[in-house]
Design a protein around this ligand. Structure first.
Ligand SMILES: Nc1ncnc2c1ncn2[C@@H]1O[C@H](COP(=O)(O)OP(=O)(O)OP(=O)(O)O)[C@@H](O)[C@H]1O
Length: 274
């Protein structure tokens, strides 16, 4: 296992029986997630972003093309790829501590009790959850639950972090705080990150690269190298380059969202043309 591995999508297409567009939800996507990159995918609801993330996670395989990790096809989940979803990211029956150490009790990343305690304490501190170590998730706020989900993903020290709208259910202010927390974590333990988001601000603030995804079937319409150096803080949002890129991205994204909405309405009114 080298530390320079990339996840590579090459000419990837995915077809699901019964899905619109004759079943094609992803069309000919080629994309690299390189070491230390922070790549955001942004595109309309239902366009196929989660499908792409699941391919990288090994939860499904492409109909055409290849998804590889260090030139090996990805065919199953693996400990080097941590996944964080918007919901269901934590086990409700386990305490905060139990959730964070969960992955460390599984065969792929097993650590003994003393090692687990050190790792859990480290992430309880980093995430500001020390006072809640014995709490059950349903007694926590949404932001705290997502911090637990992030801690659980980081605890097993994956090379890659695959996140599907991890902050989508949070209020706007909590979301901003989570952005800075994630940037802090990245500064301390850099991962290669694939993030799905609907937020232009979130993509611009966090990413090194933004991939614009079209209305279904998902195709890449533009890749933007984000020009802001890390570490970043709030002040970047006030720069003229941030404002310019935000307006550009917003216009592109809105056009694709409108297109997807037109197609979804047309498919509903005329299912025979799907
Ligand atoms: N297992 C499946 N079988 C059939 N169709 C599916 C399956 N999974 C997803 N789809 C369809 O594929 C399309 C893309 O779904 P996907 O979840 O990848 O979109 P998304 O861009 O992540 O959406 P959102 O932003 O709303 O989360 C949708 O039309 C969805 O209904």
């Amino acid at each position: 296992m080298t530390s320079e591995r990339e996840i590579q999508f090459r000419n990837v297409s995915v077809r699901y029986a019964g899905a619109p567009n004759d079943g094609w939800v992803v069309r000919n996507v080629s994309l690299d997630l390189g070491r230390g990159e922070f790549v955001s995918l942004i595109g309309p609801s239902g366009c196929g972003k989660t499908t792409l993330l699941k391919l990288a996670a090994g939860m499904s395989t492409p109909t055409q093309g290849s998804v590889t990790l260090g030139s090996q096809p990805i065919t199953a989940p693996g400990p080097e790829r941590g996944v964080v979803f918007q919901e269901y990211g934590v086990f409700p029956w386990l305490s905060v501590r139990g959730n964070i150490e969960f992955g460390l009790t599984l065969a792929a990343n097993r650590r003994d009790a003393a090692e687990r305690a050190v790792i859990v304490d480290k992430y309880l501190a980093l995430m500001g959850l020390g006072d809640f170590r014995d709490a059950l998730p349903n007694t926590l706020s949404g932001g705290m639950r997502q911090r637990v989900a992030l801690a659980r993903a980081y605890a097993v020290n994956p090379e890659f972090l695959l996140m599907d709208e991890p902050f989508g259910a949070l209020d706007a202010q909590t979301r901003l705080v989570m952005h800075d927390l994630l940037l802090d974590l990245q500064r301390q333990e850099e991962k290669s990150v694939l993030l799905i988001t609907h937020s232009v601000d979130e993509a611009l603030y966090l990413s090194s690269k933004i991939v614009l995804v079209s209305a279904r079937p998902a195709r890449i319409t533009e890749i933007i190298e984000v020009p802001f150096a890390y570490p970043r803080d709030e002040s970047v949002r006030a720069t003229s380059e941030f404002v310019r890129l935000h307006a550009h991205l917003r216009a592109r994204v809105m056009a694709e969202y409108a297109q997807q909405q037109r197609e979804d309405i047309a498919n509903t009114l005329h299912p025979e043309n799907r």
